[in-house]
Design a protein around this ligand. Sequence first.
Ligand code: SF4
Ligand code: SF4
Length: 293
Amino acid sequence: MGVLTQDPQQADICRQELLVEVEALFVKKGENENGNQNLKYVLDSEQRISTESFEIHIAEHCNLKCRDCCNLSPFNPKKFMSLEEVQEVCDFVKMHFKPDIFKIVGGEPTLHPQLDKLLRLVKKSNVSQIVRVVTNGLLLHKMKPGFWENIDQLTISNYSSVPVKQKILDDVKIKAKEYGIVLNIKYVTQFNEIFLDEPTRDKDRIQTIYDDCWMRHRCLIIREGYFHKCTRASYMGSSYSAQDGIALLDPEFKTKALDYLNREIPLNSCEKCLGVSGNLRPNVQLKFKKNKL
Ligand code: SF4
Ligand code: SF4
């Protein structure tokens, strides 16, 4: 997924069609409703860290090649999480965190060959009260009842460069009503530019980018044995990613994770990332050959 920028006019049309506009309800866990940043991540009564959301990337590749894709999916090899891995992550998250929303993301999650079983497993794990799938929507007409039965929310990022057919959207709206799913269709025409070719050494600029970056609250992820506060750090590559995450096997994981989430110091990865501060540019598809998915 990219950092999405909605066309305001289309967003208004879209909003009328939504069952609920869920994104508007977001309040960062690290802040109170007045934006008081002194309120920190804390342990709840069950000794778990309350977070706004948590996500897993069940397919790291995608059927699209959006420029400025957050997770570098156009360049990622075909890779699915196994059901065992998903179960392990759910158990781990449940032990240490209490996310308001658990997001099933990618790449493109609907490419996963065992998606129904996987969603049932996530729902049954009770890792969060809300399970949300985030998709580009292009394969939703192929989803079986097991898909609709096991999700609470569905976000479709409907990209201007490859829009979802209206018939699919119409059918999805009917399914959402039938299964009581909160549907959010985002019409996306622009992405923020995300990565710098060369790391910047301007410490003030890095700090500003980090301070303004909401992804460090909303894109918490476990991947390849590490917990990261943002998906970009997870995909930044070994020299950055290991330094910027907390190893799941660390015996002091919870204490370190709490300190990490509350830390005001930018990650090493922020040297190469524009967070949500990059210039806007149109959503386009990259034109290079990749292996058939
Ligand atoms: S649709 Fe695929 S390529 Fe495009 S932003 Fe989402 S994950 Fe990235
Ligand atoms: S690397 Fe830094 S700037 Fe980029 S998304 Fe993560 S926290 Fe934000």
